[in-house]
Structure formats: structure tokens, C-alpha cells
Design a protein around this ligand. Structure first.
Ligand SMILES: Nc1ncnc2c1ncn2[C@@H]1O[C@H](COP(=O)(O)OP(=O)(O)OP(=O)(O)O)[C@@H](O)[C@H]1O
Ligand SMILES: [Mg+2]
Length: 348
């Protein structure tokens, strides 16, 4: 097990910057999830840690040792990719043993580790099969098994579940979390799926175009997004971002921190009845009611500005479409942002 530190880490491909200076300290045994839109530099960052990509500047420390110049094999790290990369002509057992044999691990030790990994992942009955005789989820387990048998200082995962169907993804996500809790191996996990990110992470790193927007526990990031980008990225449906200018008729401007020109309101922070606490009231017309099981998404258009916003409300409210309503949000639930800096306006 080990800590991982990234210090001013940068990577450019020619003159195109992919990672623009990232600082991150991963604690021993911690599971960090890197999340962000396509092309923001997640894989590049992970590949630099693995040693599969050179570093343009900055450093990477694993267990306190600078590994920037170390070969991948010298870094004591195991990586699990999206496409599994199993050897098709080898059995499951062969795939699990391959890396250990290459390192000259003694036979008895190989047997012990393969048996343990097969137990943990419940693939003991599959050891004599070839990858093509396995389901997607089973292949994914074998890929994980190959990482586990190495007993590395750290795991790196690059979208390991993105080839699986929705149900299997959820199952495997839970298993990865349990596995990581059990083995307590320091892990960096990349995904662009925010639900996966929220449920797996000890801490989230939200990235946007090569930079870190925010680092924090899933709850911290959700409850207090540091930037407009994070506010719009984490949460589904996304937070509504409403210009202060369209809050006409409300006295809130006085109560907002100076520099606020956008307020963020989560869909579930809206209510249809005026709350007892100090609140905001917005006149709107209903555009669409989408029932989604236990709750409904109510799409409304603000009378003041014509902006469309989304509310998530419990049950299936009896609201005729295209009717006029007033929606409310408690002032305590408003997230103040500055459009100019793109950051929260209430940071100390
Ligand atoms: N080998 C390369 N040569 C040139 N540019 C590259 C190379 N690899 C990645 N890039 C660029 O670097 C940026 C970051 O790519 P990266 O693969 O790290 O993104 P990502 O966050 O993993 O995206 P995704 O979610 O789509 O996997 C992108 O703009 C990409 O086009
Ligand atoms: Mg990627």
C-alpha cells in the first residue's frame, strides 16, 4: 500500500495541453475518483501515473518516491482498463498467472494468490475457460483478478465498467467498492459517469479541460460546488443556474454575497408551496411533467426571463400542462456564483 502525490503535473501533446498542472495527495488506502467530461485529461493523468505516458513537467510520488523516470514495471501499480485486454488464447487461470510467472514468482505463491483472487471475485469455477466463453461481467472480474494477484501498492482503473450493461454496471460498482474496502489498496478510478463517481469515491476530483475544478468528498462537492462548472456537472438533473437579473420581485439580492450574479438551485430544492423559512418565489408556466417512478420532473419556463428550469418533485402532482404556477426555494438552498470568476461568491 502507498500514498500517491501529484505535484504540478502537466502533459502536452506537441503544443496541445492535455493536463495543465494538477496537484493531488491520495492517502494510503483511499479510493479517489477522477470525473469530468470527455477529453478533460482523465486517462492522460492516469497513464502518467502508470508510466504509460511521459510527463511534460511536474512530478509523481508513489509511497514518497519520485517515479517520473521509473519504468511502469518498477512502479508497483496495477491498471484495469475498459477493454479488459485479456489474452484470448489463454484460460482464465493462464491470464491470472501470466504476470506473476513473468516476474519469476514461485509456483506455490502463484497458486496461493490465484486461489485467493478467485475466491474474492467468485470466479473459481471459471478458471479453465477461455475469455470468449465468459460474459462481459465475468471478463471484467478476470481483469480485476489479474490486478489483484499482483498485490500492488495501488490500483488504477480507467472506466472499467463502461462496456457493461446498466444492471451489471451497478452490480460491479458495488463489488469494486466492497473489494477496495476489503483490500484497502490505494486506488485512482476514472469515470465520466457521475453516479459511479458519487457512489464509489472516498473523495472526488472533478476535472475540466486539463485542470482540477474541485476536490472533496461526494457530499462536499454536491452540497457546495466550488464552481459553476461543478454545479452543472454533478447532480442529475443538473442544478438550475439562474441569473440574478431574472429574480425580479424578490428581495433576495440584498441577502446574497457581493459579486453574485448567478444563483444555482437544485431541482429538488424547489417546492410548490411557500415554505415557512425565508424563500424566493418565481412565477412560471408549466411546460412538461415527466413522471419517473416515485418522483416527477417538472419543466417550467420563468415568466421573468423565459428561461426553462427543472424541478424534481415527489409523487405525481396534479398540474395541468401549460398552467401558470409559482415555484419556491428557500434562501438557504441558493448557491451564489459569480459569472465573472465562475466560482462561488460565498467562499471565505
Ligand atoms: N496521444 C495523443 N496525442 C495527442 N493528443 C492526445 C493524445 N491522447 C490524448 N490527447 C488529447 O488530450 C486530451 C485529453 O485526453 P484524455 O484521453 O486524457 O481525455 P479523457 O478525459 O480520458 O476523455 P474520455 O472521457 O473521452 O476518455 C484530449 O483533448 C485528447 O484529444
Ligand atoms: Mg479516457
Amino acid at each position: 500500500m502507498a500514498t500517491i502525490s501529484l505535484i504540478d503535473l502537466m502533459k502536452s501533446y506537441g503544443d496541445i495541453p492535455a493536463v495543465k498542472g494538477v496537484n493531488l495527495d491520495v492517502a494510503d488506502g483511499e479510493l479517489i475518483v477522477l470525473v469530468g467530461p470527455s477529453g478533460c485529461g482523465k486517462s492522460t493523468l492516469l497513464r502518467m501515473v502508470a508510466g504509460l505516458e511521459t510527463v511534460t513537467s511536474g512530478s509523481i510520488e508513489i509511497g514518497g518516491r519520485n517515479v517520473v523516470k521509473a519504468e511502469p514495471a518498477e512502479r508497483d501499480i496495477a491498471m484495469v482498463f475498459q477493454n479488459y485486454a485479456l489474452y484470448p488464447h489463454m484460460t482464465v487461470r493462464g491470464n491470472l498467472e501470466y504476470g506473476l510467472k513473468n516476474r519469476g514468482t514461485p509456483r506455490e505463491e502463484i497458486n496461493r494468490r490465484v486461489r485467493e483472487a478467485a475466491d474474492i471475485l467468485e470466479i473459481g469455477a471459471l478458471l479453465d475457460r477461455k475469455p470468449r466463453q465468459l460474459s462481459g461481467g465475468q471478463r471484467q472480474r478476470v481483469a480485476m483478478g489479474r490486478a489483484i494477484v499482483r498485490e500492488p501498492a495501488a490500483f488504477l482503473f480507467d472506466e472499467p465498467l463502461s462496456n457493461l450493461d446498466a444492471k451489471l454496471r451497478v452490480q460491479m460498482r458495488v463489488e469494486i467498492r466492497k473489494l477496495q474496502r476489503r483490500l484497502k489498496t490505494t486506488s485512482l478510478y476514472v469515470t465520466h459517469d457521475q453516479l459511479e463517481a458519487m457512489t464509489l469515491a472516498d473523495r472526488l476530483v472533478v476535472m475540466n479541460s486539463g485542470l482540477v475544478e474541485q476536490i472533496g468528498t461526494p457530499t462536499e462537492v454536491y452540497d457546495r460546488p466550488a464552481t459553476l462548472f461543478v454545479a452543472g456537472f454533478i447532480g442529475s438533473p443538473p442544478m438550475n443556474l439562474i441569473p440574478v437579473s431574472s429574480l425580479s420581485g424578490n428581495e433576495v439580492s440584498a441577502g446574497l454575497p457581493s459579486g453574485t450574479d448567478i444563483v444555482g438551485i437544485r431541482p429538488d430544492a424547489f417546492v410548490l408551496e411557500q415554505p415557512a423559512e425565508p424563500s424566493l418565489a418565481l412565477e412560471a408556466s408549466v411546460e412538461l411533467l415527466e413522471p419517473i417512478g416515485g418522483e416527477s420532473h417538472l419543466h417550467v419556463r420563468l415568466n421573468s426571463s423565459g428561461q426553462s428550469i427543472v424541478l424534481s418533485v415527489p409523487g405525481r402532482p396534479e398540474i395541468a400542462e401549460v398552467s401558470d404556477i409559482v415555484v419556491h426555494a428557500r434562501l438557504a438552498d441558493l448557491h451564489p456564483f459569480s459569472a465573472q470568476t465562475g466560482r462561488r461568491a460565498d467562499n471565505p
